[in-house]
Design a protein around this ligand. Sequence first.
Ligand SMILES: C[S@@+](CC[C@H](N)C(=O)[O-])C[C@H]1O[C@@H](n2cnc3c(N)ncnc32)[C@H](O)[C@@H]1O
Length: 187
Amino acid sequence: MRTFIIYSRGRTDSRFNIEDLPSSGGRMDLVARCINSALWLSHGIRRNTRLYIVLNGAPSPPVTLCFDGSKIKRISPDERSIAIWIKKVLASDFGKEWKEFRNGILVSRKSFQDIVKEHDKKNIYVLHEKGKKMKLKKDPVFVLGDNFDIPKKEEKFVLKYGKKLSIGEKSYLSSSCISVLNWLCDK
Ligand SMILES: C[S@@+](CC[C@H](N)C(=O)[O-])C[C@H]1O[C@@H](n2cnc3c(N)ncnc32)[C@H](O)[C@@H]1O
């Protein structure tokens, strides 16, 4: 099992423009790209992978989306199609507990710290340029920022349970980091 948790500043309602994702507040284009990098292979879905996107943007944070590769069906991998699903999920009714919106797409009002606590017995790696290079253990949980780093307070919290991992000195896009991590785990 492979897990990714993204701390995103993405919007927490459905009022973003599918035709202009980068300008839609909280970089929904980036969110859609991370989902694509985490779950899609050429002609297939990574059934052993789950991705959590914790949205912390306006108007009512937090909202967490979970994309479970073992159950996802009939979703196209392009950014636009993924964003349309996000829009539909955010327009639905949901509360603090997980609600399965459709096969493999879940939503709740859980926070970043709630999601970390749900994984605190696992091997957690907090991705940061200034982390250490290390060998990955079984069933890794990778935690990443969006176009900015995870806020210091949240980073301090997650580092109680995990280690800071670097994949190099250069600052890469979150979606590129996810592709590299998937490749490392595949090897
Ligand atoms: C675009 S980077 C953030 C860039 C920059 N640190 C900032 O705050 O402006 C997004 C995320 O990708 C991950 N990341 C980027 N480059 C990395 C690297 N070389 N090693 C480990 N993680 C990296 C980190 O989790 C980071 O928060």
